[in-house]
Design a protein around this ligand. Structure first.
Ligand code: ARG
Length: 565
């Protein structure tokens, strides 16, 4: 846990008076932050002291308040059983703002991850299927977790574990051979392939032989049949091209695209290891690892026809990743419905004696719902992410045309704002919660949205441009309430990046940025920043530090911050 140095001020002053009763750590732990800042910056509750001293907490608060006099506090008051302090912002502010201005984009960085590597399994869509909203969540959460890990000093490896293997590709190949047309697939690969796959399922309700044909085709694929392999490769390439368009819009890149198929010829090794460790058992013709003692269903390794499974590939890929990257931690950013699967995989690795499996973590997230129901790829409730992104970008473009028709790089800015809207709408929600899908909410550029923060940043940037006569921005302290509220938030940024990383929770950062943008807009609404007086330089220094933190914060969410919009 990072220590809040402002809180330390207060705890040290209190501790001077309370040495016989509480340690400095105890004092620090007890200090609270009042909900409303007009009640003070910090509050110290006196209940525990009251027990120790056998006095009423109110009385103790009164006494303590009268004894605390330090120039670091502009006001100390007893409010019932609490001692509330107002810090002297003019005195404490300069070191905070200086730090931001000196460290610039490095402000909020940590080094505790140095020389350690985190492998992040993220995005991982399935070929020949539309890129779903679930895969959007995995992509943007994973990307932000990678950026946050980098901010804490870690090396990261982003792995897009493409779903390109399994019996469904046998089915798809059968469907294509029966009903497919090459030109149609070329024109609209994902749409057409998905149609074929759906048709296969409809037809197989009346034709019991189809399933068998699908299995046979997959077996041929596993064995490397040239004709079937050629088709599969083609489907895979077309799908990847479509996915890469989306990644480009979202601004996300990967270090590896090794998906499930990559492990086709690497599974025997793990199966051998399981055999060797006497962990494999036969159950109804299939080979499984029993996990009864962990209260988990058996992990299926091989089906009765010898075909390997999703879990088998995840075991093989984990071994390969540990060999290749020597990861200290591995995160799997995957929907919560796969919780049991990952528990099984991690447990089997543990049973094989791999200590590093303790450092593997499933990072689950909730669903996108539509009218309260799960959005499924089967039942026509699909929303295509590419359409959502393009719509968002178009709205951003229209907005720019209206408000700032002469903006240079307008189409670049529109892309940043459109994508920012979609990404922020996802990340502001606690990861585990379901999100009601609403294009409208996602795309409003007011309220608690990405574009609101981007706009606040651009507004601050424009102040800096207008003040180009002030070259050196040096902060000497300001004494209004609104600027101190901003400075306290700036001061929290390093704690926020650490917490967002530790909790694997980009929403911690997203909410912080909303707060900071709001605090800045309040300041901006009240204060004439560019007016010529002796505090102008300090005000501009504050504005500059706000731009730095907003920009860096957005960057850590995977969102860019245009200087003008
Ligand atoms: N392709 C899978 C799906 O869409 C997600 C893969 C997650 N990663 C993994 N290593 N299993 O459901």
């Amino acid at each position: 846990m990072t220590i809040d140095t402002l809180k330390t001020f207060y705890s040290e002053a209190l501790h001077q008076k309370l040495k016989e009763f509480l340690t400095i750590d105890e004092v620090y732990q007890l200090i609270e932050t009042p909900k409303y800042s007009n009640h003070g910056d910090f509050a110290f509750p006196c209940f525990q002291l009251a027990k120790l001293k056998r006095q009423s907490p109110q009385q103790i608060a009164e006494e303590l308040a009268s004894e605390l006099n330090d120039t670091a506090f502009s006001k100390v008051e007893a409010v019932g059983p609490y001692v509330n302090v107002f810090l002297n912002g003019k005195l404490l502010g300069p070191s905070i703002v200086d730090k931001v201005l000196t460290l610039k984009n490095d402000f909020g960085s940590h080094s505790f991850g140095k020389d350690k590597t985190i492998a992040i399994d993220m995005s991982s869509p399935n070929i020949a299927k539309p890129f779903s909203m679930g895969h959007l969540r995995s992509t943007v959460i994973g990307n932000s977790l990678a950026l946050l890990a980098n901010k804490c000093g870690y090396n990261t490896v982003r792995i897009n574990y493409i779903g390109d293997w399994g019996t469904q590709f046998g089915k798809l190949i059968v469907a294509y051979k029966k009903w497919g047309e090459e030109s149609k697939v070329r024109q609209n690969p994902i749409g057409e392939l998905f149609k074929l796959y759906t048709k296969f399922h409809e037809e197989s309700e009346n034709d019991p032989n189809l399933e068998g044909e699908g299995r046979k085709a997959f077996k041929l694929l596993e064995d490397g049949d040239p004709e079937i392999t050629r088709l599969w490769k083609w489907f895979r390439e077309e799908s990847l091209m479509a996915f890469k368009k989306i990644y480009k819009l979202l601004g996300v890149e990967f270090d590896s695209y090794n998906g499930e198929a990559y492990y086709n010829d690497k599974m025997e090794e793990v199966v051998e290891q399981l055999k060797h460790a006497h962990l494999l058992e036969t159950s109804k013709g299939a080979e499984v690892v029993r996990l009864d003692e962990l209260n988990l269903p058996p992990c299926l390794i091989k089906k009765s026809d010898g075909a390997t499974l999703y879990a088998t590939r995840d075991l093989a890929s984990a071994l390969d990743r540990q060999n290749r990257y020597k990861f200290d931690q591995a995160l799997y950013v995957v929907g919560q419905e796969q919780g049991i699967h990952f528990k099984q995989v991690f447990s089997v690795l543990g049973k094989l004696g791999y200590q590093w499996s303790d450092e593997m973590k499933h990072i689950p997230f909730g669903l996108y719902l539509k009218a309260g129901k799960k959005m499924s790829t089967r039942k026509g409730r699909v929303i295509l992410l590419e359409d959502v992104l393009n719509e968002a970008i178009k709205i951003a473009q229209d907005n720019i045309k209206l408000k700032n028709p002469d903006l240079s790089f307008a189409s670049e800015v529109a892309k940043a704002v459109g994508a920012g809207a979609v990404i922020f709408h996802d990340l502001k929600n606690d990861r585990q919660n379901d999100i009601e899908f609403s294009l409208e909410d996602m795309l409003t550029f007011e309220g608690e949205t990405g574009p609101y923060i981007q706009y606040t940043h651009a507004r601050a940037q424009s102040l800096l441009r207008k003040a180009s006569d002030v070259q050196i921005k040096d902060f000497h302290g300001l004494d209004d309430h609104e600027s101190w509220e901003i400075i306290k938030l700036l001061h929290q940024f390093p704690q926020i990046t650490e917490k967002a990383h530790n909790d694997s929770s980009p929403s911690v950062l997203a909410k912080y940025l909303l707060q900071t943008a709001k605090a800045f807009n309040k300041y901006y609404g009240k204060t004439k920043i560019l007016v010529e007086d002796e505090e102008k330089m300090s005000r501009l220094a504050l504005v500059e530090s706000v731009t730095l933190v907003l920009e860096e914060g957005l960057f850590l969410l995977g969102i860019s911050a245009p200087k003008e919009m």
